[in-house]
Design a protein around this ligand. Structure first.
Ligand code: BGP
Length: 464
């Protein structure tokens, strides 16, 4: 079945500063946590490719923005790297600021709307050494960084986001120990999650102030982007499975949704955390800060659902209550390269949940994409990668988005993750997401894959 996008539904590209820019020591950029990890233990990265190169967006941003335009895209999102914009004293780094000004000017020249995110897992190392997200001093430093960014670029950027996936660092760095500094401590993880929430709210406060004081352009908006993985459990769940589901949804989704829609954290989740010794470090005055976190809209990154069941063990290795274990759905279709389930209907279920529970908030699909290993296998004689699997992936998700819109979900647009192949954290360039490939052996040259022409046609048909 062919699909047709609704008129006015925007289409664009999602990316991030730390995964694309490269130039990690150019233009006064400070070290960030990825550079530090790469320096300390390069074998943790696929094929020993560390954070240094991105996909060379720093040099190629003009070409890349033209490429987005060539596909008919109207917008793209990237992030400012905190470690590029400010120096260690929190002052503007003029070369860093100049780079982002040039990106803004180029996007404007191409008639492409630039969505700017402030943080994509990329803590500057000097702040990580002062405690990172475990420290309130760093939360304050982030608010000052946000203030500086709003004031510097407020007349050039209309759509702002405080964070990309604030659930990921608490999980990957502090709870599961998968990312540097490899901590496995539920209590510290919860504190980090809480501090990120405060940081979000303080940045929103700075945004509103900047708005009142005339630093922003008319109609400027602030949002939060998260991977609100729709949660599911077994078909015939026990009360314990349902409890696992409540906390999975509570910590990963409702925590952020309540924060940005209602200005507070979900009471039932806090009650459970309190009861099992996992309450974060809440201080007097925090409640007032949390009440400032309401946003204008949301970004929803969707790759896979989250399936959980009651945990086998009640306590983890540190004696903290476990809330759930993963549940492997026997009928799941997997992306074997990434190990993620492909479940397009999840995107519709989220849309329906938003319609029912947070009807005032509009949203867009801020990331969705399929990473595949060794795409050379799919190269035709003419030299083009025939990524029909990716076309299928995008199509099946768009079908469910369109259905959700038809049934009342306020979904405004779609950004494909990694329109141009980029560096994927410790997977480096293992899985390629792009509609456009990057030739690592040949000066990072860009080349369309089959899906690029498909995307172009899809967008053209929307407008015809
Ligand atoms: C999201 C992140 C992106 C991107 C994407 C794909 O969670 O916001 O930064 O990396 O996932 O995941 P990965 O790169 O790990 O394959």
């Amino acid at each position: 079945m062919e699909i047709r996008l609704p008129k006015g539904f925007f289409m664009g590209a999602a990316m991030s500063g730390p995964q694309t820019e490269g130039a990690y020591r150019t233009g006064g950029k400070l070290e960030n946590i990825w550079d530090t990890w790469s320096d300390r233990s390069i074998s943790d990265f696929h094929n020993k490719v560390g954070s240094y190169v991105g996909n060379n967006f720093y040099e190629k941003y003009e070409e890349d923005i033209r490429l987005f335009k060539s596909l008919g895209m109207d917008s793209f999102r990237t992030s400012i790297q905190w470690s590029r914009l400010l120096d260690e004293n929190g002052h503007l780094n003029p070369e860093g600021a100049d780079f982002y000004h040039r990106v803004c000017t180029c996007a404007k020249g191409q008639g492409i709307e630039l969505f700017m995110n402030l943080y994509h897992f990329d803590m500057p190392t000097y702040l990580f050494r002062r405690g990172g997200w475990e420290s309130r001093e760093v939360v304050e430093a982030y608010a000052s960084y946000a203030k500086a960014a709003f004031r510097e670029f407020g007349k050039e950027i209309k759509y702002w986001f405080t964070f990309n996936e604030p659930i990921v660092e608490p999980d990957q760095r502090y709870r599961n120990g998968l990312w540097y500094p490899f901590i496995r401590d539920a209590k510290r993880g919860m504190n980090v999650q809480y501090h990120l929430s405060l940081a979000h709210c303080l940045a929103v406060r700075e945004f509103r102030k900047a708005q009142e004081e005339g630093y922003l352009m008319p109609g400027a908006q602030i949002g939060l982007i998260n991977c609100f993985a729709p949660p599911y459990t077994k078909e015939n769940p026990s009360p314990e499975d349902l409890e696992a589901l409540r906390m999975e949804d509570g910590v990963n989704n409702r925590w952020w949704l309540d924060l940005v829609a209602k200005g507070g954290l979900p009471g039932d989740v806090l009650k459970t955390l309190e009861a099992c010794g996992l309450m974060p470090d809440v201080r007097p005055g925090d409640e007032a800060v949390l009440s400032m976190g309401k946003v204008d809209w949301l970004g929803f990154n969707y790759y896979h659902p989250s399936r959980v069941q009651a945990p086998k063990e009640t306590y983890d290795e540190n004696g903290y209550r476990k809330f759930s274990d993963p549940y492997v759905w026997p009928e799941a279709t997997m992306n074997p390269y990434r190990g993620w389930e492909i479940y397009p209907k999840g995107i519709y279920d989220f849309g329906m949940k938003m319609k029912q529970e947070y009807p005032e908030l509009k949203f867009f699909i801020s990331e969705n994409g399929m990473g595949v290993e060794q795409e050379n296998r799919f190269r035709s004689q003419s030299g083009e990668i025939q990524d029909d699997y990716r076309i299928e992936f995008i199509k099946s998700h768009l079908e469910w988005i369109i259905k959700a819109i038809q049934e009342g979900a306020r979904c405004m647009g779609y950004h494909y993750w990694g329109v141009i192949d980029n560096w994927s954290w410790n997977n480096a360039f293992k899985n390629r997401y792009g509609l456009i490939e990057v030739d690592l052996a040949g000066d990072y040259g860009r080349k369309y894959k089959k899906s690029a022409a498909w995307m172009k046609k899809l967008i053209q048909e929307r407008d015809s």
